[in-house]
Design a protein around this ligand. Structure first.
Ligand SMILES: [Fe+2]
Length: 192
C-alpha cells in the first residue's frame, strides 16, 4: 500500500495497523456508496406487477445503507485517515461492474439485486474477518452492517423463493444471468 501512514490513529493501534484497517474500510465505503446508488436506481426503474411493493421496499434499505456509509467514513476519519467519498474515486477503485439493468420487471431487478447482495455481503464478511484481530471496533461495525445487509438480502430472496425453498437465481453468477433466471422461473410458473 503506497498511502502515507496516518499522523495519529486510535489508541493501542500502530499507525501501520490503523492504515491497514482504514484501507479495508475504504473499499467497503465504495461498495456501500455503490449499493445505496444502485438501490435507488432500482427503486426508479422497476415496472410491472408488484411495482409498489418493490419500489417501497427499497427506500428503507437505501436509508439504512446511507447510515452505514456515514459510519464507515467516520470510522476511517477516526483512524486518522481521510475517507474518499467522490464518485470518480469510487469508479476508479471498484472491482465490480456497474449495475447492468435499466427499466425492467420487478422480478428481473430482484434477481439482479440477489447477485448484488451476494457480492457486497461476501466482501463485507471478508473485511469483517480481516479486522477481527486488527481492530475489534471496526469488526463490530462491519458485523452490525452484515446483520442488516443479510436481512435485506433475505427480503429480496423471499420474492425469488419457491414454496419448496429453492431460489430461482440458483447457479447464476452475474446480475444479468440472475435477472434472466428469475424471469424465466416466473414465465414457466405462469405457463403451468
Ligand atoms: Fe422515491
Amino acid at each position: 500500500m503506497s498511502r502515507d501512514l496516518p499522523k495519529y490513529t486510535v489508541p493501542s493501534l500502530t499507525p501501520e495497523d490503523g492504515a491497514r484497517v482504514a484501507a479495508i474500510l475504504q473499499e467497503r465505503l465504495h461498495a456501500l456508496n455503490d449499493l445505496a446508488l444502485t438501490l435507488k436506481h432500482v427503486h426508479w426503474n422497476v415496472v410491472g406487477p408488484h411495482f409498489i411493493a418493490v419500489h417501497e421496499m427499497l427506500d428503507p434499505q437505501v436509508d439504512a445503507v446511507r447510515l452505514m456509509v456515514d459510519a464507515t467514513a467516520e470510522r476511517i476519519a477516526t483512524l486518522g485517515v481521510a475517507p474518499v467519498g467522490t464518485p470518480g474515486a469510487l469508479v476508479a477503485a471498484r472491482t465490480w461492474d456497474d449495475y447492468a439493468i435499466g427499466r425492467a420487471s420487478t422480478t428481473e431487478h430482484l434477481g439482479a439485486l440477489d447477485a448484488v447482495y451476494v457480492g457486497v455481503i461476501t466482501d463485507h464478511r471478508r473485511a469483517a474477518a480481516d479486522t477481527e484481530e486488527l481492530d475489534t471496533v471496526t469488526n463490530d461495525l462491519l458485523v452490525g452492517h452484515l446483520s442488516e445487509l443479510e436481512l435485506f438480502h433475505w427480503f429480496v430472496r423471499a420474492h425469488l423463493e419457491s414454496s419448496g425453498g429453492a431460489l430461482s437465481t440458483a447457479g447464476a453468477s452475474t446480475e444479468k444471468g440472475a435477472a434472466a433466471a428469475a424471469k424465466s422461473a416466473t414465465t414457466s410458473d405462469s405457463a403451468q
